[in-house]
Design a protein around this ligand. Structure first.
Ligand SMILES: [Zn+2]
Length: 388
């Protein structure tokens, strides 16, 4: 791969400033200091805005994002599932999402996809994976199988995922989740089980993402030392202040409700529950901004009415909640990179991976341009080049 200089570009580097006319020098998949490679091809971007590749910190590649993803997951054989996952990965990358964290897919299938993408057999975003979520029997996400109880079983589950070389542990802390008619709050695991899970994950040097809605469960997560809170619907001001002071990020996953609120596919009672919870989530996000919690963009893509490749919609939803557009963008760039433990992505500067998108305008002024990138590059290679 020869070196490349992108010139005539307005670079929005993701470090907090506005777009500036600058060249981007790329060698071996990395951004390098201008002038540091002797021979390089040049390419003009015609004065367009270049920004870091987007990051989606919460997806499920094994789920199709249709009306009933659990039913279609259960009906799929291994081959169908593998091709569905590959297709979701391709669609995601082509939308300008160059890194994704999958927080719940079968462990062997998702680690195989990660390897296939890394060796460029399959087109997809850089993938960080949890494998199967850790949950209780008949608990939320137990349709994946493998529900368990007890300190020993919890330790075994973390060890099993560590053996598969996952990047993160996913634990379901809140009972009920989105099951119709149930209160989404209530503990799944005891404090002893949660402490064992954290200890075992620390031994394996793995961070933990926790699915938590209710404030008591969020407090349990804070106390034991979870790294990211997924959803956080009923987070209190006190919990958010604690999360801010301990650098625990919040991934509000607003996208999963955007389409459902438009389509209204469920019976009235369930829709009322969903709308009530939506209001709580908006409140939580607004309080999180006030408390200066690290906000991270995650779509929960794959779940009902939540297609893959739409992190731009999540950024827009965050902005609609009152998150300033620079912070809404940072949620899919440097804040997401930090939450994923990846300092090499999320900004455009020498020493960073050459993951970038070319946009029709400045997203600080119009977040809409994120939904239709003109070109996408991952690790220094055009996934979609700029049409001439
Ligand atoms: Zn999820």
């Amino acid at each position: 791969m020869s070196a490349l200089v992108l010139r005539d570009a307005l670079v929005l580097d993701g470090l907090g400033g506005t777009p500036a006319a600058r060249e981007i020098w790329i060698s071996e998949g990395w951004i390098v200091a201008p002038g540091s490679v002797p021979e390089a091809e040049t390419e003009s971007l015609g004065g367009r805005v270049v920004a870091p590749g987007l990051i989606d910190a919460h997806v499920h590649f094994c789920l199709d994002g249709g009306e009933d993803p659990v039913a279609s997951y259960k009906a799929a054989d291994a081959e169908t599932l593998a091709s569905r996952m590959a297709e979701n990965a391709r669609r995601t990358l082509e939308a300008g999402i160059t890194t994704v964290r999958d927080l719940g897919s079968p462990t062997a299938a998702i680690t195989a996809l990660r390897a296939a993408i890394a060796s460029r057999k399959i087109l997809g975003p850089r993938l960080m994976v949890s494998g199967l979520p850790i949950t209780i029997p008949n608990g939320h996400d137990s349709f994946f199988g493998g529900g368990l109880r007890g300190v020993g079983a919890v330790r075994g589950a973390v060890q099993d995922r560590a053996r598969h070389k996952v990047d993160v542990i996913k634990v379901i802390v809140t009972r009920g989740g989105s099951s119709p008619g149930t209160d989404p709050r209530g503990f799944q695991f005891s404090d002893e089980e949660m402490e064992a899970l954290v200890e075992e994950a620390q031994l394996a040097r793995l961070p933990i993402a926790a699915n938590a809605h209710g404030d008591l469960e969020i407090q349990q997560c804070i106390t034991v030392g979870i790294d990211t809170i997924e959803h956080g619907s009923y987070a209190s001001e006190e919990s958010l202040a604690e999360m801010a002071s301990r650098d625990i990020a919040l991934v509000p996953t607003l996208s999963s409700a955007v389409r459902i609120r438009e389509v209204k596919p469920y019976p009235e009672k369930r829709m009322i529950d969903i709308m009530e919870r939506w209001q709580e989530r908006l409140k939580a996000v607004r309080m999180a901004v006030e408390a200066e919690v690290h906000l991270v963009a995650g779509t929960d893509a794959g779940t009902a009415y939540t297609p893959h490749g739409l992190v731009a919609q999540e950024i827009k939803a965050l902005a609609e909640c009152g998150v300033p557009s620079n912070l809404a963008l940072a949620a899919a760039w440097r804040e997401a990179a930090a939450a994923l433990g990846r300092p090499d992505i999320g900004t455009l500067a020498p020493g960073q991976r050459a993951d970038l998108i070319v946009l029709a305008g400045d997203p600080l002024h119009d977040l809409g341009v994120l939904g239709a990138p003109l070109a996408v590059m991952k690790s220094g290679r055009w996934v979609r080049p700029l049409a001439s």
